[in-house]
Design a binder for this molecule. Sequence first.
Ligand code: FAQ
Length: 331
Amino acid sequence: MYTQMVDVEAAGAAGEEQRRFDEKLDRGITIEPKDWMPDAYRKTLVRQISQHAHSEIVGMLPEGNWITRAPSLQRKLILLAKVQDEAGHGLYLYSAAETLGVSRDELTEALLTGRAKYSSIFNYPTLTWADVGAIGWLVDGAAIINQIPLTRCSYGPYARAMTRICKEESFHQRQGFDVMVKLCAGTQEQKAMAQDALDRWWWPAVMMFGPPDSASPNSEQSMHWKIKLFSNDDLRQRFIDQTVPQADALGLVIPDADLRWNAERGQYDFGAVDWDEFYRVVRGDGPCNRDRLRARIDAWEEGAWVREAALAHAEKRARRSADATEAGSAA
Ligand code: FAQ
């Protein structure tokens, strides 16, 4: 009898927590780290934010490949700054994930052991300088479209991290477009290089938004929780509608024979996406998956001495400050 009463009370309290959580979502009030939240909401956020953080860190590799070969000092400086920004984005996002009760070490381990996902787009190679332009233009362009709504998502630390990230992504997108503008105004060979980069990056960029809505297991719940505000297909369509006129302005041709303006819908119709390729890459069998993971493992192992030195330094400082306090109170 007594046990039953306790259960009812507990259920009532949990029901009240859930009601307050739902009310906050309805009223557009952000959920903060110390607020009560359903376990599944927390789990979904850890999944999405950590995948996003891993994507930023792995995403440094394709462009990092061109830092030593940038065609001028100015391009090199810009590219260095951009790649550093991506590292910063990873750090904000890992910090946002940590507010949900997971540790950075757990997240890093999941990435390095291949358990965690990161964006499919970063498993493609950067073969020419034009790929640096195509990544800024298309990949950062797609990232902005996906991420601007996230600045209004329901979890406060994620939304706030995204506000700063989006400002930087906007600069990244413009620098990529600027590389493409210069190549397209250059020699025939340079323009051909730009076209070749568009040919190789277009479909992977279209796939970045995730599987079609009909095959997206997480979308419905994430939209209910206002973690995602728009569906994968809606954002994909927005990206295509925005990017086609930019390709026209560059004088480049999007590699899709079925792409045409649909006046009735006021949107572009586009061809079939090769979802088999997408799932192959997500499963770990893309052109660069193994290289990307190897590079992250090597960086982690080679950086061990830096982490140890930073810890030793922090301990020394803490000890000195404790000694100074003790000496002060003894005097
Ligand atoms: N790649 O049910 P959904 C950037 C997975 S950052 C790999 O639709 P959800 C900046 C998905 O995780 C790019 N896996 O999933 C930059 C799920 O698997 P799970 C990263 C993918 O979460 C630029 C399964 O498929 N951006 O580019 C992909 O509701 C240049 C079923 O999918 C973000 O992470 C994919 N493309 O929607 C950096 C943005 N798509 O976990 C450097 C935040 C889906 O159940 C250089 N994330 N999957 O095992 C999101 O908006 C969402 O997580 C989606 C996926 C839209 C990516």
